[in-house]
Design a protein around this ligand. Structure first.
Ligand SMILES: NC(=O)c1ccc[n+]([C@@H]2O[C@H](COP(=O)([O-])OP(=O)(O)OC[C@H]3O[C@@H](n4cnc5c(N)ncnc54)[C@H](OP(=O)(O)O)[C@@H]3O)[C@@H](O)[C@H]2O)c1
Length: 283
C-alpha cells in the first residue's frame, strides 16, 4: 500500500498503551562499547529516535551514555532492550530487568520497550520472564512489554498466565526473502506491532537483480529499497550500520514510494523458512 506521507518521525500506536513507537529503529547488535556510543550519536543526528539493544549485546551502558551525551530530551527518545534468560524466580528476573533500566537510563529512569528475546528457553522460562516484565511495567520501570522470535503458539500460550496481553510487539526476522506470512497475519489480527530484524539481510542480497533494478529505477540504494519495503509493509525495521554515511542513508527513505508493482515483485521473492538467515518462528 502506498504510504507517501511517512517521515522519520512517523510512529505507530502500541496496543493497550498511551505510548507510540517510532516506525524506524536503529539496531546495535554486535557493537562493542566505543563504537556503540559513536554510532548511536550518529544515528540521533540522522534523525533516528528509536534504539534497539539487548542484555545479550552487552552494550546497554554505551546506549545509556549516548542517550546522555546526545542531550536530546529523554521523552523524545524510544529505547528498547531484551532479556534472553530468566533468573531463578520472578524477583531475580525483575532485578535483571531493573539492572538494564539503570544501565540505560539511570536509577530513576525507564525503558520504553522491553522484550523477551527468544522463545527457545521453554514454557517456564517464558512465563517467568513475562511475569517479571509485567512487574517492571507495573512499577513504571518499563513502559511497554513484548516478545521476539515468538510463533503463534507461544503468543497463544501466554493467555494462560499473562495479565498483559497481547504483547506490544513481536520482533522477528523479516525481509523479502523471509516474510513469515502466518505470524505476520496473526500479529496484525491481534494489533501486535511487528518489528523487522535483519531488514538489510545483512547486506547479503545487495546484488540481487530484482533489488538492483528497483534501486536503479528509483535512484536509491538497494538497502534504501529494503528499508522502504519494510515501512510500506507496516513493519518497524531496525537497520544496523557502523558506517556514518550508511547510518544517514538508511534513514533517508522518505522522498519516494514503492508502487504496487514494486511491492509485488519484492513480495514474490519470499522463500519461506528457507529464506531466513537465522530463524523463522515456530507457529
Ligand atoms: N531479536 C533478535 O533475535 C535479533 C536478531 C538479530 C538482530 N536483531 C536486531 O536487528 C538489528 C539489525 O540486524 P543486523 O544488524 O544483524 O542486520 P542488518 O541490519 O540486516 O544488516 C547490518 C549489516 O549490513 C551492513 N549495512 C548496513 N547498511 C548498509 C548499507 N547502506 N549498505 C551496505 N551495507 C550496509 C552493515 O555493515 P556496516 O556496519 O559496515 O555498515 C551490517 O554488516 C540488530 O542490530 C538488532 O537490533 C534482533
Amino acid at each position: 500500500m502506498a504510504t507517501p506521507k511517512l517521515s522519520v518521525a512517523s510512529t505507530f500506536p502500541l496496543p493497550n498503551s498511551p505510548h507510540r513507537i517510532p516506525r524506524l529503529g536503529f539496531g546495535v547488535y554486535q557493537y562493542p562499547p566505543p563504537t556503540c556510543v559513536s554510532s548511536c550519536l550518529k544515528a540521533f543526528r540522522a534523525g533516528y529516535r528509536h534504539i534497539d539493544t539487548a542484555q545479550y549485546y552487552a552494550n546497554e551502558p554505551s546506549v545509556g551514555r549516548a542517550i546522555h551525551e546526545s542531550r536530546i530530551p529523554r521523552s523524545e527518545l524510544f529505547i528498547a532492550s531484551k532479556i534472553l534468560y530468566p533468573g531463578k524466580d520472578i524477583e531475580a528476573t525483575y532485578n535483571m530487568i531493573k539492572e538494564s533500566v539503570v544501565k540505560l537510563d539511570g536509577e530513576s529512569g525507564y525503558v520504553d520497550l522491553f522484550l523477551i528475546h527468544s522463545a527457545n528457553g521453554g514454557k517456564e522460562s517464558r512465563r517467568l520472564m513475562w511475569l517479571a516484565l509485567e512487574k517492571a511495567r507495573e512499577e513504571g520501570r518499563v513502559r511497554d512489554i513484548g516478545v521476539s522470535n515468538y510463533g503463534i503458539k507461544h503468543i497463544e500460550e501466554m493467555k494462560g498466565y499473562a495479565s498483559v496481553w497481547p504483547p506490544a510487539v513481536n520482533q522477528i526476522e523479516l525481509h523479502p526473502w523471509c516474510q513469515q506470512r502466518e505470524i505476520v497475519a496473526y500479529c496484525i489480527q491481534n494489533s501486535i506491532v511487528i518489528e523487522a530484524y535483519y531488514p538489510l539481510v545483512r547486506n547479503q542480497k545487495a546484488h540481487d537483480k530484482t533489488l538492483l533494478g528497483m534501486a536503479e529505477k528509483h535512484r536509491k540504494t538497494p538497502n534504501q529499497i529494503l528499508i522502504r519495503y519494510c515501512l510500506q509493509k507496516g513493519w518497524v525495521p531496525l537497520p544496523n550500520s557502523d558506517t556514518p554515511a550508511r547510518i544517514a542513508s538508511n534513514a533517508d527513505v522518505y522522498g519516494f514510494d514503492l508502487g504496487v508493482d514494486d511491492m509485488g515483485k519484492l513480495d514474490a521473492l519470499d522463500r519461506g523458512r528457507a529464506g531466513a538467515l537465522v530463524q523463522a518462528v515456530h507457529n
